[in-house]
Design a protein around this ligand. Sequence first.
Ligand code: URA
Length: 250
Amino acid sequence: MTEEIDKEAALAELAGVIKNCKKCAISQYRHNAVVGEGDPYSGIMFIGEAPGKNEDEQGRPFVGNAGKFLDTMLEAAGLSRESVYITNVIKTRPPENRDPAPDEIANCKTYLDRQIEIIKPKIIVTLGRYSMGMFLPGFSISRVHGQPYMKKDGICYMPMYHPAATLHQPGLREIAIKDMLKLPKLIELLKTGDLRPSKKVEPSAEKQIETVETNETAAAEEKMTSAASNMEEKNNKEEIQKSDFQMKLF
Ligand code: URA
């Protein structure tokens, strides 16, 4: 049995469980649970927030206006929705598109964890703050978007703005596309093995989250690390600032 059959079978089995899930009260209002779709072998997972009206109707992620802009972002980077795997933090539409509630996020986490376990992505692109909050808690999207973080689980996390945010704030569109344009290089670096957890990150920084370094940036990093070590670590915000400083890879 090939790995391909295993992944597809495991995802299909999981989809069956998710579609019948009634852990949250919102399950009674949904037309379709939105499990996720795309290529589970690409090594890249995009994780949004929650299905909206169109997604609920069609049972597919990102098929409304936000999805159209996600397609544009992907296209700019030479990718397509079929070439990556796309899912959400929660699989059921919250009524009136309200924010997902903490218990809904907690209930659906089992499913997201299992998707990650099956797909074994090399890169997870988080779309928006709810998705980012699952993996990079305490971070601020406006500070860390477009900067890759290699965690100890071996997955490189790339936080990006949610495509829906660009619909309300057109100024974010260019930024979102610029961030997406970093993906091909990140993919290349992961393939060549030139991207690895930085050894020089101080243990207290980023709540054990390690930044990434490339051969190109190793020399610059020496300088940056000594500058960073002079910075006072008063609170989480300052830690992120320091990390930002170390993360200018592109
Ligand atoms: N917004 C999301 O976060 N996910 C979708 O699938 C659609 C809109």
